[in-house]
Structures are given as C-alpha cells and as structure tokens.
Write a protein that binds this ligand. Sequence first.
Ligand code: SF4
Length: 412
Amino acid sequence: MASQMSGFVPSEPGQSGTGDPGAGGEPRGVYIHFPYCLQKCPYCDFVSYATERAEVPHERYADAVIAEMEQRRNELVGKRVASVFFGGGTPSLWKAEELGRVLHHLRQMACFEANVEITAEANPSSLDEAKARSLKGVGVNRLSIGVQGLRRERLEFLGRLHDETGGLHAVKEALASGMERVSADVIYGVAGGAAQTVEDAASEVSRVVDTGITHVSAYALTIEPSTVFGELARKNALPMLAEDQLADMFLAVRDALETRGFVHYEVSNYARAGHESRHNLGYWRGLDYVGLGCAAYGTVSTGDGNARRYRNKTDPEKYIRAALTGPSTEGHAEALTAETRLRERIMLGLRLAEGLDLSAAADALGVPAWTNERRRAADKLVRKGWLSISAGRLSVPPKAWLFADGTAAELF
Ligand code: SF4
C-alpha cells in the first residue's frame, strides 16, 4: 500500500525523529488494523468481527495499539514513514479522537514524510460529512470507501448494510468534507441478488467515479474458502458467473474508467495521474511495512536481503491483553530469505502497469536475477504474449492482466 517522495519532515517539530533529511533509511508504510464491523459480510475473509456499535472498545483498542507501538520502538523511532493506512474491519466506526490519538503517537515516534498519505477505510453505514471532517481534523487525508455496488438486491446478496443510494451518498459527503483524496471500492462479477450484466458493471463504476473521486479499486468477487460464500460454493448453492463473463466485465470496467481519464495502474486499481495509492504502491514495490493492531501483518528488513514477517494475534481480546501487558502481540513470525522476497517482488511487481526492474530488485536483495530456469520461462512467456521485457523491466501486457498471478508463478 509508496511514494517515492523526496525529503521529509518531522511532523511534530522537536518531537518526532531527527529532522535530518538523510536519516531514517528507506521510507516505509505503517498499517493499523481495526477489527470491528457492524455486520460480517458473507464473502469477507478479513479478520473482522461483527460488533454492536455500543460495544466497540474505542479507548482500550487505541491504548493497545499505542502500547504495541512502544513494543515496536525499534521499527518506528526515527524511521521515514511514507504512508499510514487504517484498514479493517471498519475504521470509520472508530471514534475519530481515538484514531487521532493513535496517529498522534505515531507522529511523535516516527519521521513522517512531508506529503505523507494517511488513509482510513470507511463504510457508508458509518460515514457522513461530519465524520469525514473529524477524521480530516485528526490528520487523515485520504478516505477509501466501501461502496461495492449501486443496486439494492446485489448489496443485500453481499450482506452490505447500505442501500442503493448509500454508497454514492457517502462518497459525496466525503468530498463535501474537503477530504484531500477519496477512493471507492467497487465489486463486479456478482451473480446473486440481481445478476449483473457487463453493461451494469461498467455503468456502476462510471457513476461512482462521476462523483469526482480520483481513485477506484474495482475487484471481481472472489470466493474465499473460509467464508459463508465459500461454504455455499462447496455445496453448489452459490450463483456464480462464468470465467468469460468475468473477463468481459474486467475489460468493460477498464474501458469505462480509461474513457474517463483514469489510469489502470494495477490489476484492480485505477487513478487519475498522481492519485495512486502510495501505501499500496509501497507493498507492490517491496517496501517494508510495520503492522499494528489485531491480526496485522508486518514485514521488516533485517539486512543482507532478508526480512522478518510477523502476524499479530487474531483474537481482539488476546491482542489487547498482549499489547497492554506484553511481552509481544505476535501470534506468528517467520524469517524471509532474499530468494523468497525476490519471488514476492515478482508476484507483486507484475500486478503493476509499470512492472518490475528484475535486475535492480535482485541486486538490492543480493541474489541473482536470471537463473537458467527463469530465463527459459521468461522467453516462453514473451513468445506467448503474456510478458513484455523492455529496458530490463518486466511487465504483463494489459490484455494478459487477468492471468498476471499465473504468469508471475512461472517465473519463480
Ligand atoms: S465491512 Fe468490510 S471488513 Fe467488514 S465484514 Fe464486510 S467486507 Fe469484511
């Protein structure tokens, strides 16, 4: 979820970092997970728990995340931060002052770049203009809103709490608040409720961007095994679209957005120039990120091309207790070798229109770029038209983007 920004400043003069533009190393992202939602959507495999509005532990959860920051001082103090992303779950459910308290503590510890991107995910059922203004007031400069669809039957099928007007209303409220940047998530390829046509998919995404937002994430509905939809699919009880219908929708959505001046910069992401998600670009370009909060993942370089990946406890109460009393919030951790990291760079880099400079990535990690096997696989993919190599950059041509993950796997 990174900007290649130059220069950074301590966000709280005299308090955060050193203020030395040469300090802090490579920029990194910080991801903060908020695991509560008002309802569990049947397709969702994120760590999120349906919680009554009144039951959300606003202050305790903020205390826990702040306590975890203290446990992770080595990964934060004086480090350059290019982006912060509050994801979930539904971070817009969190009291803005508590989210702001977490952000303030982070600002004091780390060196925020001058144009740091600070995103909060929001759902239409917990976002209005006043909430957006409060989030802006505590430093959030980008909202990512889960619109998902504009047809009541399909939203019901997806288990969403808002109706056909709710998504666009939330986007307009966010824009009215003066929020610097607004993005929306849209799901296409929905066969249940009222089966979606190719024209529906293109028209819905067009209506969403015609509000004036500058970024949209358009995802095909995927069926994850551990979800309610996964269970229904195993019983052949879930309406699904055929692969070729999904491919047609992908292309129709792409055409509609490109006609409106959006750049298709990642398989599922479109932006007006300069409005790409810096946080997600950081993931796709292989930057380190520190994860905070229940169930958050983090990946931090440990030298010689290696890294450490961890995941925090996935039960909110266990996470909160571990954060407040120590010694560690982690439920799992593993070492990543430079070879593994290069394979991840290939997998993620080939999802981007800009592709990946394989030699530069390999050099940075201290491993060879071109094994004989990888060279043979690349030649074959180029002959099939599934891979382009230009000036050392590997990329997947747009017509083959639907198969980008398979193409990357051939290069492992
Ligand atoms: S609102 Fe988002 S995070 Fe929460 S259950 Fe639905 S899809 Fe998952």
